[in-house]
Write a new protein. Structure first.
Lengths: 438, 142
C-alpha cells in the first residue's frame, strides 16, 4: 500500500521519531552539503564566506554553524530576481514571491524536489493534527504568488484528502461547499475565520450540529491565543497553530501536533537557532530571541542562517506525541519591534497579549517611553470597563500594572484613558513612542 | 419608589474637560442639580445628578464621551447634630460600607447622598429605621 492509503498518527514515523543523535548526524551531513553547494554556485555566499574567512571545509560539527554568516531579508531583495539561485533557471519549477511592504519583493524558486519537499512537510504536519485521507480539506487561502494556499494544497493532496480549492471570500459559496461536501478541515486567515464565524451566527447555523468541521489551520496574519479560542468557539473546531514563511517554502516549517503545546519545527529540513537580535549571539534553549533558520534540503535556493526577525523560544523537553523534533513557542513579536527598557528586552506584542486578555480594556493602546527609561502604557477602557466608580478604575489600573510586571519583568506606569483618546492610525498602528533621553 | 441615578462620566485628567462635558449638557438644556468631580492620576470621574439622566447619557454618548449610571440613595435628615450619625450607624450595624458619600443643607433641608455596593439592602434598612429615603421626584422637585 502507498503511504496515502494508510491512516495513522504519523506520516512517516521513521523521520518524525528519529532519535536525536541520528537526527543531528543527518543535520550535519545535510548542512555540509548545503554549505559546499552554495559556496560553489551562489556568488553572494562566496563573497560572504570570504568576508567571514570561512570555507565549507570548516564545517565539521553542528556547532560550527555559528561561524557561518547570516542571510538577511535585504540580501534576498538585493539578489532579486535570480541572484540566489543555486541551480540553472531551467531546473526550477515554480516561483513564489514574498510580499514586501516596501521596495522589491523577494523571489523564491522551487525545484521539482523542493515542491515535493514542501508538500511532504505539510502532509507530515496535517497528519500530526489528526488529519487522514478521509478528511475533506477546503482551502480558503488566496491562490497565487503567495505560498500559503498552493503549498498547503499539494500537502493535503499528498495526505489523500478531497481537496476543495475554494480560495478566500464569498462566504455563501464557502458555506454551501462545507454543507454539501462535508468539509472537515479548513485553511484560512484569522480575520476571515472570525468573519465567517459571525456569518454562521447570524444565519443561526450551529457548526457543531449543522457542519462537519473538525480543525482549522489559521495563518498568514499574526493572531493571539484569545483569537484562537474565539475561532474555536465560533466555528466549533480545533485551531492548530503553525509557523512558516515564504523564504522557507511557506507554511509547514513548524506545526502543532494534537498536544497543542508548541509547534514542532521539522529539524531534518531546517536547523533552528535562537539568537539575541542585538548581538547575534546564540541564546540557550528556553530563552526568547530571534529565530534563525538554515535550509537543509532545499535545492533551487538554499539559505543559510536566515534572520527571520520573528521572536520565539525553544520549548524544552520531549513532546508526549513521540516526535523528536523540538518545538517552538508561538511567535511573540518581531525583532524590529524590540524595546530595551531598564536593560530588559521587551516586545510590544507581549504587552498587547496581556491587554487583550482583559475584557474591561479596549483594543487601542500606546507605549510611551520617556525621560530615563520610564515606560507608560496608555490603554483605552472598553464600554464594559467603567461602572461609574473611580475606585474601580484605579483598582483595574493597578491590576494591569501587576499583570504587565509579571510578563515583562519591569513595572510600567499604566494610564487608563477614555475610548477614542489615543490616536487611531490607518493600517499598521503606531504602538510605541520613544522620547527617551538616554 | 423610583431609584435615583447619577450619571458618571469618565474623562482624562487635563484642563478643559469639565468645560467640555458641561457645555454638552448645557446645549441640550439639561440642568445639573448636584455634582462631584474626583481625579486620580491620568483620569477623573464626574458625577452628575441631572433632570433627565437618560437623555444626558445619550447626548454624551453621541459625542463619544464614556458615561455610565450609578444608583445612589438620597436620605433626607434633620438639620441637627447626630443626623448623619443615624444614617451611618444604621448601615454600619449591617456591615454595609459607604463608598462615596456627600451631603448638603439648603432651605432647611439636609440631604445625604449615599453610594454603596449594596443599594437595595441599604435602602431597605434605612426605611425600616424610619429614615426618609427620597425618590427621584422628591429629590428633584423640591
Amino acid at each position: 500500500m502507498s503511504p496515502a492509503t494508510i491512516d495513522r498518527a504519523y506520516w512517516k514515523p521513521e523521520e518524525e521519531t528519529l532519535a536525536r543523535p541520528a537526527l543531528e548526524t543527518l543535520q550535519l551531513d545535510r548542512l555540509k552539503r548545503t554549505v559546499a553547494r552554495v559556496g560553489e554556485t551562489v556568488p553572494l555566499y562566496r563573497k560572504k564566506f570570504e568576508q567571514a574567512k570561512v570555507t565549507p571545509g570548516d564545517i565539521r560539527a553542528l556547532a560550527d554553524l555559528r561561524r557561518l554568516p547570516f542571510t538577511t531579508g535585504a540580501d534576498l531583495r538585493e539578489s532579486y530576481p535570480t541572484g540566489m539561485l543555486a541551480v540553472p533557471l531551467d531546473d526550477t519549477l515554480r516561483l513564489h514571491t514574498s510580499s514586501g511592504t516596501t521596495g522589491k519583493p523577494k523571489a523564491l524558486f522551487f525545484s521539482r524536489q523542493d515542491v515535493d519537499n514542501a508538500a511532504e512537510l505539510i502532509a507530515r504536519s496535517f497528519v500530526a493534527t489528526g488529519m487522514t485521507r478521509r478528511d475533506v480539506f477546503q482551502n480558503m487561502m488566496t491562490y497565487g504568488l503567495f505560498t500559503g494556499a498552493l503549498v498547503a494544497h499539494y500537502g493535503a493532496e499528498k495526505v489523500g484528502c478531497l481537496v476543495i480549492p475554494a480560495g478566500p471570500g464569498n462566504s455563501e459559496r464557502q458555506l454551501l461547499l462545507m454543507q454539501d461536501f462535508h468539509t472537515t478541515s479548513i485553511h484560512l486567515t484569522p480575520s476571515f475565520a472570525l468573519y465567517f464565524a459571525d456569518i454562521l451566527d447570524k444565519r443561526g447555523i450551529d457548526p457543531r450540529k449543522d457542519l462537519s468541521l473538525k480543525r482549522a489551520f489559521v495563518g498568514a496574519e499574526p493572531y493571539t491565543e484569545e483569537t484562537r479560542r474565539k475561532i474555536e468557539a465560533g466555528l466549533g473546531l480545533r485551531v492548530f497553530n503553525s509557523y512558516g514563511l515564504s523564504e522557507m517554502n511557506g507554511p509547514g516549517v513548524a506545526f502543532e501536533c494534537q498536544e497543542q503545546a508548541g509547534m514542532h519545527l521539522w529539524e531534518d529540513h531546517y536547523i533552528m537557532e535562537i539568537i539575541d537580535p542585538e548581538s547575534g549571539e546564540t541564546l540557550p534553549p528556553g530563552e526568547r530571541g530571534e529565530l534563525v533558520l538554515t535550509t537543509l534540503v532545499r535545492e533551487a535556493m538554499p539559505i543559510l542562517r536566515y534572520r527571520t526577525r520573528d521572536i520565539t523560544s525553544i520549548v524544552d523537553g520531549p513532546c508526549p506525541c513521540g516526535r523528536t523534533h523540538r518545538r517552538i513557542q508561538r511567535i511573540t513579536g518581531r525583532a524590529d519591534d524590540m524595546l530595551i527598557v531598564r536593560g530588559v528586552n521587551i516586545y510590544p506584542q507581549q504587552i498587547e497579549r496581556i491587554l487583550m486578555g482583559v475584557p474591561k480594556l479596549g483594543r487601542n493602546y500606546l507605549i510611551v517611553l520617556e525621560g530615563l527609561d520610564e515606560m507608560t502604557v496608555k490603554v483605552e477602557l472598553s464600554e464594559a470597563g467603567f461602572d461609574g466608580q473611580l475606585e474601580h478604575v484605579v483598582a483595574l489600573q493597578n491590576e494591569i500594572a501587576g499583570l504587565l510586571r509579571a510578563e515583562i519583568l519591569t513595572k510600567p506606569k499604566v494610564d487608563l484613558v477614555p475610548p477614542g483618546t489615543l490616536p487611531v492610525s490607518e493600517g499598521k498602528a503606531k504602538r510605541v513612542i520613544d522620547n527617551r533621553k538616554l | 419608589m423610583s431609584t435615583v441615578r447619577l450619571l458618571a462620566v469618565f474623562v482624562e485628567n487635563k484642563p478643559g474637560q469639565t468645560a467640555r462635558i458641561t457645555k454638552l449638557l448645557a446645549e441640550a438644556r439639561i440642568n445639573i442639580r448636584w455634582v462631584t468631580i474626583a481625579s486620580s492620576g491620568p483620569f477623573g470621574v464626574m458625577k452628575f445628578l441631572v433632570t433627565d439622566p437618560d437623555r444626558a447619557h445619550d447626548v454624551l454618548k453621541h459625542d463619544g464621551v464614556m458615561a455610565s449610571f450609578l444608583d445612589v440613595i438620597p436620605v433626607e435628615v434633620a438639620d441637627q447634630p447626630g443626623a448623619l450619625q443615624a444614617v451611618a450607624e444604621c448601615l454600619a450595624r449591617d456591615n454595609i460600607n459607604l463608598d462615596n458619600t456627600s451631603g448638603f443643607v439648603a432651605n432647611q433641608r439636609a440631604i445625604v447622598i449615599v453610594e454603596t455596593h449594596d443599594t437595595e439592602r441599604a435602602k431597605a434598612l434605612l426605611v425600616k429605621q424610619g429614615l426618609r429615603v427620597l425618590s427621584r421626584e422628591e429629590l428633584l422637585e423640591s
